[in-house]
Design a protein around this ligand. Structure first.
Ligand SMILES: [Zn+2]
Length: 292
């Protein structure tokens, strides 16, 4: 056999092999939506992958730790994220996104457009100005469709672009991810003040999984809000032995009063949800220590 023919044959075989693998891959993938609450220390970051492989990142945590988490979830050649959402421009949610946007392209970046005076905010604003066509200021009413999954922006009620707000936490984007019968509520760092506004609004905040606001601060996760959201599972993103004392005893008690299964990144590391729209499956990196 001459060398050239052999090479062609090898290439065809390789291509066939690839094709077979691809088929097996798509058969085993099913229609699962993944939501990973990333252990990024004292901050927030969640990575979502839809069945159609749309990649969505909500917040980036306080350091570049999110980069490692992404590299564990995305192939090394994939440097494009479909959607990035910054709930509010505070370091513990924003810094990791600055690092991500220096290495990855984003198709869309959603945020509230509020003004701040911090040095990290200036870095963020400068990155946005380089990506201005992809930046969208959002408020309640915006919906993002990603295949059969949908993200509804429920808060802030008004467009805050260019505003200086007194309480940055209460300007946080609150977003509900819906897939089939399952739903996840992302609350940024809102306090009970914004929670009350939401609970009394026409917005449908009922959700199966609640990302507890503000890392378990006692000024968030009010009884009123828990009753209105009625989650089965709560996720708290907080750093091990953080100086704020998050999550607080008060919030853990309130969650327990409502019989809500509570998972914590400071205890379990990354908390990974998989759902087919009917049921939710959870995998944790570490065993949850028994709570006395
Ligand atoms: Zn925070």
């Amino acid at each position: 056999m001459n060398k050239k023919i052999f090479l062609y044959l090898a290439l065809i075989l390789l291509a066939l092999n690839f094709f077979c693998w691809k088929e097996v891959f798509s058969l085993t993938e099913n229609n699962y939506l993944k939501v990973d609450f990333l252990d990024v220390g004292q901050g927030d970051s969640a990575f979502i992958e839809t069945p159609e492989k749309h990649q969505i990142l909500i917040d980036g945590g306080p350091t570049s730790a999110v980069l490692q988490k992404l590299s564990e979830r995305m192939p090394f050649w994939d440097k494009e994220i479909d959607l990035i959402i910054l709930t509010h421009p505070e370091l513990d949610h924003m810094q990791g996104l600055i690092d991500v946007l220096q290495r990855y392209r984003a198709d869309y970046i959603l945020w509230t457009g509020i003004l701040r005076e911090t040095s990290e905010y200036k870095k963020w604003a400068s990155i946005l100005s380089q990506n201005s066509k992809k930046v969208i200021v959002v408020s309640a009413g915006t919906k993002v469709k990603a295949g059969n999954a949908e993200i509804d922006i429920l808060f802030p009620f008004e467009n805050l672009a260019g505003n200086e707000v007194k309480n940055t936490n209460d300007s946080s984007i609150v977003a509900k991810l819906i897939y089939g019968k399952e739903s996840f509520l992302f609350t940024g760092d809102i306090s009970s003040t914004a929670e009350k506004l939401l609970a009394n609004s026409k917005e449908n905040i009922l959700s199966n999984v609640l990302k507890v606001a503000h890392h378990g601060s006692k000024y968030s996760t009010s009884d009123l809000f828990l009753a209105a959201v009625a989650p089965r599972i709560a996720v708290i993103s907080a750093g091990v032995k953080n100086t704020y004392g998050h999550p607080t005893r008060e919030v853990l008690q309130r969650l327990q009063n409502y019989d809500i299964t509570t998972l914590r990144t400071d205890q379990s590391g990354d908390i990974n949800f998989v759902t087919d729209g009917n049921s939710i499956y959870i995998t944790l990196n570490y065993e949850i220590p028994e709570i006395p």
